[in-house]
Structure formats: structure tokens, C-alpha cells
Design a protein around this ligand. Structure first.
Ligand SMILES: [Zn+2]
Length: 174
């Protein structure tokens, strides 16, 4: 073997060795970084999924309120079979209004309609925190519905009364 070849092999060896060593170092440094990044991404994904899942679970559990079956207690069991209007009458109600968008008004008061004094149900609460609030006397239509429900799991049947009070905008024209 000529010294040139020897030198060449040594040079090759050094270069190759150096390159592979450098490669190993790069790999060794980069690999945990990749793993860490992957872990971070996974954690982020899990966190997001967890939050979204939690939020969905919260929303679902909120929407599930009032849908329980009185027999078996399962949620989202309530199915409307039919509804019928039991009573519908016109009342004048006081509606509390407030400048805050958060506040909820309440309808209360009495009405004298065709001689007799009917008491409208005083329902709802006012949430106002020192904001400008005022009361308005508005005509309302109070409708009582009888709702027929059934459970989609155990086929239990029950009824519930629902009262809806809506502002009557047509009454002015009468
Ligand atoms: Zn049921």
C-alpha cells in the first residue's frame, strides 16, 4: 500500500468518522428536541381537546337540564308528543327594562280586562345593578300550554304546563 492510499484511507476515515460523529451529535441533540416538540404539540392537542371536550360536556350537561324523564331519570329522554293551548288571554304587564344588556326583565302586575281583575302571574326577576332601569306598561299575551311528553327510553308519559308571556304588539291597533 502506497503512503498516498494510506493517507487517503486515514483521511477518509477521519472525514467519515467526523461526519458520522457530527451526525450522531446532531441526531442526539435534535432527537430530544423533536421528542419535546412532539410532546408539547401532543400536550397542546390534549389540552385543547380536553378544554373543548370539557366545554362540550358542560354545554351538553346544561342543555340536558329539564330533559330528564321523571320515571327513569335519564337525560334527553323528553320528547314532545303534542302541545295544546289551554288558555290564552291578554294582560297588561309591567316590563322592567334596564340599560344593561345583561339584565333580565320581569313581567308583573294586574290587569283589568272586561270588568274583572285578573292577576297575571308574577314571574321572573330583575337583575339590575344600579343602572338606568324603567318600567313599561305593555300589553302581553299570556298563553298557557299543556305539553305532552314521553320518554324515549321507558315510554313514560307526562304533561307539563308552560306559560309564555309575549308582548302583544297588535293590541294597540284594536
Ligand atoms: Zn324514562
Amino acid at each position: 500500500m502506497s503512503p498516498e492510499v494510506k493517507t487517503g484511507i486515514v483521511a477518509f476515515g477521519i472525514t467519515a468518522g467526523g461526519a458520522s460523529l457530527l451526525g450522531f451529535i446532531v441526531l442526539g441533540v435534535a432527537a430530544p428536541k423533536i421528542a419535546l416538540a412532539t410532546l408539547a404539540i401532543l400536550l397542546c392537542v390534549l389540552f385543547v381537546l380536553g378544554s373543548v371536550g370539557g366545554l362540550i360536556a358542560l354545554i351538553v350537561s346544561i342543555t340536558g337540564i329539564g330533559t330528564e324523564c321523571p320515571e327513569c331519570g335519564k337525560k334527553w329522554a323528553k320528547v314532545i308528543v303534542r302541545s295544546k293551548i289551554v288558555e290564552q288571554k291578554k294582560c297588561y304587564g309591567l316590563v322592567s327594562r334596564s340599560a344593561y344588556s345583561r339584565s333580565s326583565g320581569s313581567i308583573s302586575g294586574t290587569t283589568s280586562h272586561s270588568g274583572s281583575v285578573d292577576h297575571c302571574s308574577i314571574s321572573g326577576t330583575t337583575h339590575s345593578s344600579g343602572s338606568t332601569s324603567w318600567e313599561e306598561r305593555v300589553p302581553v299575551i299570556r298563553t298557557t300550554y299543556l305539553m305532552y311528553y314521553k320518554c324515549k327510553y321507558c315510554y313514560a308519559k307526562w304533561t307539563e304546563e308552560k306559560v309564555k308571556e309575549v308582548e302583544d304588539f297588535d293590541i294597540e291597533r284594536e
